[in-house]
Design a binder for this molecule. Structure first.
Ligand SMILES: Nc1ncnc2c1ncn2[C@@H]1O[C@H](COP(=O)(O)OP(=O)(O)OP(=O)(O)O)[C@@H](O)[C@H]1O
Ligand SMILES: [Mg+2]
Length: 504
């Protein structure tokens, strides 16, 4: 038998109020992709932070190729061949892609000056498998979330690590980019590199992993060979109960028009966008990187400019120039990058949930901490937010639990038109089902939902109707019942567009 690259033996780690890891053991073999799964707050990132030297364990041992090691800091872990892609993107927005990929490690000329040509060439080589046509000189702040995630991965790869830790590397990647990442992972595997792969997407894990370890409440539940386990079994082990219906029933009744766009365009971004959204309806927008789906959502709520076309709300033409104005007209928008957009990381959960709706709380004369706490508690229970209590500082919650707080904060506003970019990014299966059910309930009460998701199964399962975007245009519209992942992939790749134009 091959000796493990990495062994974690009986590790414990606690934070004030939380036992994050309890007697966890884990092992990684050369050339293995070992998935780590568990609900939000189960302890996955904490375990990765211990392996990458960010945290010291309270007890337990780590061995690298059989040798016990004490990792005092990320630098030391790096020197031992451990590379990590963090769940929270960690790039410097004001620097170029190349400078981010090689921080403090840029190739230099004799005398110490940075060899820019060499730096750009190496960066380009690393980017090439992803086929993102972006110059290494581009500033990170000008990149889409997807492109940033790719840069983050490329940065870890540049370290030539023997052990690679990927914490939700695909949470913002559309299906074709996920495939590219998997190609890269397979090549690394073939070179004997061991990869720990954290994801909430079960199909991905079934596809890429050799083994899976499930954590629940900071403890290890089991390790399985992928070939010997079913998705249902993994879900049950993660959540400790059976989840049968993954998606809620579709709309029973679709009502009057809420929102309509006619010929919306913005130079070099999107053009000729027309669609409608009705009461009781959920419309999903599918597309790949560069389809401009997020740009469209942003423009609808006044964050980005619109050059041409018109927007109607309940039949009346409107001009929207800011999200506040959109909110006043009954629209709520939840952006993809939630951390930077509006969570107060140093404030308690309770105040984060209520802060955007201060107006509502005040109007009802209920601006009391008690009322806030009660409302927050219903979301904590419903979405299974893992926290000691509603007074916990949001910055101390796990990544997925922060997403759930953001979602609660948004729902509290009770808008009629819900516009949401990646509704379940980073949240676990249980909460995913709850979020879908909640959105469905809201539409039953007369709301309409327009959402973008990079997961085709989610679009098919949640939407009533699907719009497909390709390079800034809507190239197709299909009822969700008729959609398959294959058909969405084809349309999203511009297949129809290109065959049509080839025909004329
Ligand atoms: N710095 C910290 N201070 C206090 N508590 C923390 C800290 N970091 C993590 N925790 C807590 O430890 C537990 C495990 O968190 P961890 O981030 O490891 O979860 P996770 O499995 O990665 O979840 P997710 O899927 O949401 O990313 C959570 O209850 C979290 O709130
Ligand atoms: Mg995490």
């Amino acid at each position: 038998m091959t000796a493990p690259l990495l062994e974690v033996i009986g590790v414990y780690k606690s934070f004030p109020g939380t036992q994050a890891l309890r007697d966890v053991s884990f092992e990684l073999l050369p050339g293995e992709v070992h998935a780590l799964m568990g609900e939000n707050g189960a302890g996955k990132s904490t375990l990765m932070h211990i392996i990458s030297g960010v945290y010291l364990p309270d007890a337990g041992e780590i061995r690298i190729e059989g040798h016990p090691v004490v990792l005092r800091g990320p630098r030391q872990a790096q020197d031992m061949g451990i590379g990590m892609v963090f769940q929270e993107l960690s790039l410097a927005p004001g620097l170029s892609i190349a400078e981010n990929v090689f921080p403090n490690r840029a190739p230099t000329r004799l005398g110490g000056a940075i060899a820019w040509g060499e730096l750009y060439r190496r960066t380009r080589d690393l980017l090439s498998p992803f086929e993102i046509n972006i110059a290494p000189q581009t500033l990170v702040r000008d990149l889409s979330v997807t492109a940033r995630q790719i840069v983050e991965i490329v940065k870890a790869l540049s370290l030539n690590a023997r052990i690679l830790l990927l914490d939700e590397p695909t949470s913002a990647l559309p299906p074709n980019e996920v495939e590219r990442l998997f190609d890269v992972i397979r090549r690394l595997k073939a070179r004997g590199i061991g990869i720990v792969y954290i994801s909430h997407r079960i199909p991905e894990v079934m596809n890429i992993a050799d083994r899976v370890t499930v954590l629940r409440d900071g403890q290890k539940v089991a390790t399985h060979d992928i070939a010997a386990v079913t998705p249902d079994r993994i879900i049950e082990e993660m959540v400790g109960r059976k989840i049968t219906d993954l998606y809620p029933e579709r709309a029973a009744e679709i009502g009057a028009e809420l929102l309509r766009a006619e010929g919306l365009g913005r130079e070099n971004v999107f053009s000729d966008i027309s669609f409608s959204l009705r009461r009781g309806e959920i419309v999903g927008i599918a597309g790949l990187m560069g389809a401009r789906r997020s740009d469209l959502l942003r423009a609808l709520v006044g964050v980005g400019r619109i050059d041409t076309g018109r927007i109607f709300i309940e039949g009346k033409p409107v001009r929207i120039t800011s999200p506040e104005q959109a909110f006043g007209m009954g629209m709520a928008y939840l952006p993809e990058e939630r951390k930077t957009d509006g969570l107060f990381l140093k404030m308690p959960l309770r105040q984060n949930v209520s802060v955007t709706s201060l107006r509502d709380f005040a109007r009802m004369g209920l601006m009391s901490a008690r009322k806030e706490a009660a409302v927050t508690r219903t979301f904590v229970n419903r979405l299974r937010i893992r926290t000691p209590d509603v007074e916990q500082i949001v910055g101390r919650l796990s990544g997925g639990n922060q997403q759930k707080v953001m979602f609660s904060k948004w729902l509290v506003r009770q808008s009629r038109i819900l516009i949401i970019d990646e509704p379940t990014k980073g949240v676990d299966v249980g909460a995913k089902v709850e979020i879908h059910t909640l959105l469905r309930e809201l539409t039953r009460q007369g709301a309409g939902v327009l959402f973008v998701s990079s997961e085709f199964p989610e679009i098919i399962g949640l939407a009533d109707r699907i719009l497909i975007m390709y390079e800034g245009r809507i190239v197709g519209e299909i009822p969700a019942e008729q959609a398959t992942e294959q058909s969405l992939m084809l349309l999203s790749s511009g297949y129809q567009v290109e065959t049509q134009s080839a025909g004329v």
